[in-house]
Ligand binder design. Structure first.
Ligand code: GLV
Length: 342
């Protein structure tokens, strides 16, 4: 029987081409890139494949993992892997991989695009102009907030929650705006003396920052990290940005905070119940909302697809994948190798 990779939804040709060159059979669950794969198709695909390539939109839970009697790898084309029940995969001896590194700079760029767009009210003023409402320039038309020191010469403070690859890339960009940067992470990073970043406790960072940006993974510990308590700790002038995962923010509390001006604004790329928005969020003029486009550059998506294909081919061959998220699986007696023998 030919070895088969099931790709839940169509990925860029850069990755598919690699799979074809490797001579494996490819089955794609959903060809239309604007539609999801239905659950029955996903389960049927997993049932008959050796390796699964999934996107962050697929829930690869215990039911899905148990559906694949010969499944020996899940390659998620995303850096986040909260859509996968990794603990069950490990128990079953199935390696899971992700695509870190290749999307760092692109996601940091979007973080800054959102920060600047919200601070300078770009989407709001564009909507005004397109609606034909721009009649005359005026000194108080769309007043925003400075990101750099501005006329006052006072540096603004950027608080980075999650100081991993993407958090650091966001920090590097802040230097160009002469910002004071505060960073928090559960693992305290080494910050060398030449670094202009200062380590801060979470609540201190939240209370002191003019801009707060989230770069932590979604776990049970980080779910609703931003809730009523932390929103009330922020300055009324604070701007919140998130390009990480929607469930980090209690979206209902955020809507209240935006409506009642506990904070000045929020820019979101990700949503708690994606693609749905919390009621009222879309009506908040002080919110900038984009549809999970953090890694959306042609080059980065091609690199993500190639990395997912690399990981998938390693899973297929029973080799250690370049980016395993459960590397301990390789040492388990239950590890599913191509021969079926551990
Ligand atoms: C995007 O959200 C990713 O995790 O790659």
């Amino acid at each position: 029987m030919a070895e088969r990779i099931f790709v839940s939804r169509r990925i860029p040709e850069a990755g598919l081409g690699m799979l074809r060159e490797a001579g494996v059979e490819i089955v794609i669950g959903q060809q239309d890139t604007e539609r999801g794969v239905d659950r029955a198709t996903l389960l049927a695909g997993i049932r008959q494949c050796d390796v699964l390539i999934s996107l962050l939109t697929e829930r690869i839970d215990a039911e899905a993992l148990y559906a694949g009697p010969r499944l020996r790898g899940v390659a998620n084309m995303a850096v986040g892997f909260n859509n996968i029940d990794v603990a069950t995969a490990t128990t079953l001896g199935i390696p899971v991989s992700n695509t870190p590194g290749v999307l760092t700079e692109t996601t940091a760029d979007l973080t800054w695009a959102l920060l600047l767009a919200l601070a300078r009210r770009v989407p709001e003023s564009e909507r005004y102009l397109r609606a034909g409402r721009y009649r005359i320039w005026g000194p108080d038309l769309f007043l925003g907030t400075d990101v750099g020191p501005g006329a006052s010469g006072t540096s603004r403070t950027l608080g980075i929650i999650g100081y991993g690859r993407i958090g650091r890339a966001v920090a590097r960009r802040a230097h160009g705006f002469d910002m004071r940067v505060l960073a928090y992470d559960v693992v305290r990073a080494d910050i060398d003396a030449s670094d202009t970043v200062t380590w801060a406790e979470l609540d201190t960072l939240i209370a002191a920052s003019d801009f707060i940006t989230l770069h932590v993974p979604l776990t049970t510990a980080t779910r609703h990290l931003i809730d009523e308590r932390t929103l009330r700790l922020m300055k009324p002038s604070a701007i919140l940005i998130t390009t990480a995962r929607g469930e980090l923010v209690h979206e209902h509390a955020l809507v209240t905070a935006l409506r009642e001006h506990w904070i000045a604004g929020a820019a979101l790329d990700v949503y708690e119940d994606e693609p749905a928005l919390a009621p009222g969020l879309a009506d908040c003029p002080n919110a900038v909302l984009v549809p999970h486009i953090g890694s959306a550059s042609t080059d980065t998506r091609d690199r993500m697809a190639r990395l997912a294909a690399h990981n998938a081919l390693a899973h297929l061959r029973g080799e250690r994948a370049p980016n395993p998220v459960n590397p301990e699986v390789y040492d388990l007696p239950s590890f599913r190798s191509p021969s079926g023998a551990p």
